[in-house]
Design a protein around this ligand. Sequence first.
Ligand code: ADP
Ligand code: MG
Length: 278
Amino acid sequence: MLDVLKFKSPNVGSTKDKGRIEVKDVSITFGKGSSAHRAVDTTEITIEAGQFVCILGPSGCGKSTLLNAIAGYVKPTEGTLLVDGTEVDKPGPDRGMVFQQYSLLPWKTVYENVAFGPKMAGHSRVEAGSTANTFLELVGLKKFGDRYPAELSGGMQQRVGIARALANYPSVLLMDEPFGALDAQTRLMMQESLLDIWRKFGTTVVFVTHDVDEAVFLADRVLIMSTAPGRIIEDVKIDLPRPRSTDMASSPEYVQARQFCLDTIKAESRKAFENQNS
Ligand code: ADP
Ligand code: MG
C-alpha cells in the first residue's frame, strides 16, 4: 500500500480484502400496477474483492439503476444484494459513488470538498485535513486545494470527485459514466489515471459505461447488459496485463475482446430496434 495511505482510518489496511459484492436474483421495477416499469431483469453477479468490473450496455438498459441499487439508493424489488455478506438497505460510507456530473460543493474549496466526508464521519479537523491531503496527493491535485471547483477543468473536477469518494476509505467505488462529459483526450488520460489510483488504493471498482473501448481498457471483467429491461448476458474476462497503457489497443487480446463486446452490443441493439418496429 502507498505510504501516504497509512493514515489511521477505521477501514484502512483492510480495504484490500473487502468489497465483495453479491447480486442474487435481483430485479428492479419502478411503479406499480399498469404503470409498472421493469428496469433491471433478474440478475445474478458475484464481484470479488478488489476486482475492477465494468458494466457495459446501451443507454436506458438499467446500468445506473443496478449501480444505484448497489449504492443503496434504490431497493431491489426481488432478490438480495450483499456487500461483504451484509445486505444493502441504504447508502453507506463503505460504498463511494462518482457520477458523470461533478458532485462537488461549488461553494467549498477543493480541500474542503475532500475533507467534508471524513468530517461528517466524526473525524477531527486535523484528521480530516490530513485525509484530504492524502487523497488530493493520490489524484495529483495537492497544489490545487485552495481553488474552487469552478476554477478547475472538467478532468480535474472529476479527480477531486474521486478523491472525495475515496476519502471515506470505501471498500467499493461505484462510478456512473464518470468520464462521459469529458473530451476524448482528457478521457484517455483519466482512464490511465484511474487505473493508477486503483492500483495504489486497491478497492473494488464497479464502473458503468456505454463505451466499449473504455470498458475493455479498464476492466478485469466486462459485464454486458441486454437492452431494457437489462440483465447480464455476457461476462467477458479481459486478459490484458497490468499496468495497462493505451498502446495496448493494438494487441490481439484487446482487439478480440473489443470485437466480441461490439458484436454482442450490436446484436442487442438490433433486437431492440426490431422490437420497436414490429
Ligand atoms: P442506463 O443507466 O442504462 O441508461 P437507467 O438505469 O438510468 O438506464 O434506466 C433504466 C430504465 O429505468 C429507464 O427506462 C428509465 O427511464 C427507468 N428509470 C430509472 N430510474 C427511474 C425512477 N426513479 N423511476 C422510474 N423509472 C426509472
Ligand atoms: Mg445511466
